[in-house]
Design a protein around this ligand. Structure first.
Ligand code: PGA
Length: 244
């Protein structure tokens, strides 16, 4: 089980160091029954790595380039992220799929780069409100999986995150029944495609300490991808400590 904190476009270096120090203070000397990872912006990765390197918290990046090196101004490669101490890289977050027009082929390339550099991609999938309303959610997610998940993935090298777009930052979360339905479909997809069915599947979208316990009761849940609340050290740590 992984509890991942996606800080998005928040925190300068000082704030990121303070936040990671606070989270690690909350979690140090605690019996953690899950893996914990935080995902600061690129410029804060090195400083945060120094804060958490001897703690029980891991480092991840929010994205990486589709390229490995070369004339790609502004990009950051997977190997650079490995070099700075990342264990995980989020790829295909809906804020990049929509805001930066990334498609499934881009996500697939990114996920492969992450795997090639000995890190774990967290491949995000999710439907928008219209797709859910029209009863197309399962079909949309299946297509994203077909086109953005690499061949040789196992529980040890890859994670999938189900994040319904309409639930992100909105305060609306799906009923456990529909989270379960999606988690089961993803498991089925893994099985039909001869992939490791034990791959962790995270849920993300408006998770907080008030709804986390309920979400944890979903069968087949492999963890949580938390945005807004991951910027609140005490609440994020409290959710990590709820895992039994
Ligand atoms: P949220 O974001 O928890 O603020 O809804 C989740 C995410 O975007 O990963």
């Amino acid at each position: 089980m992984l509890i991942a904190g996606n800080w998005k476009l928040n925190c300068n270096i000082l704030e990121a160091c303070n936040l990671s120090t606070l989270i690690s203070n909350h979690l140090s000397n605690k019996n953690l029954n899950c893996d914990v990872a935080i995902f600061p912006s690129y410029v804060c990765l090195d400083s945060v790595h120094k804060v958490i390197e001897s703690t029980n918290i891991n480092l991840g990046s929010q994205d990486c380039s589709t390229y490995n090196s070369g004339a790609y101004t502004g990009d950051v490669s997977a190997s650079m992220l490995y070099n700075v101490g990342c264990k995980y890289v989020i790829v295909g977050h809906s804020e990049r799929r929509i805001g930066k027009l990334e498609n499934n082929q881009d996500i697939l390339l990114k996920a492969k780069n992450v795997l090639d550099n000995k890190m774990i991609p967290i491949i995000c999938v999710g439907e928008n409100a219209d797709e859910r309303e029209e009863g197309k959610a399962l079909e949309v997610i299946k297509r994203q999986l077909d086109e953005s998940v690499p061949q040789n993935i196992t529980k040890n090298n890859c994670i999938i995150a189900y994040e319904p777009i309409w639930a992100i930052g909105s305060g609306n979360i799906p009923a456990n029944k529909s989270i379960n339905e999606m988690l089961n479909m993803i498991k089925e997809w893994l099985s039909m495609n001869n992939k490791d069915i034990n791959i962790d599947i995270l849920y993300g979208g408006s998770v907080n300490k008030g709804n986390a316990l309920e979400i944890f009761s979903c069968n087949n849940l492999g963890g949580l991808l938390i945005g807004g609340v991951s910027l609140k050290a005490d609440e994020f740590a409290e959710i990590c400590l709820m895992v039994d």
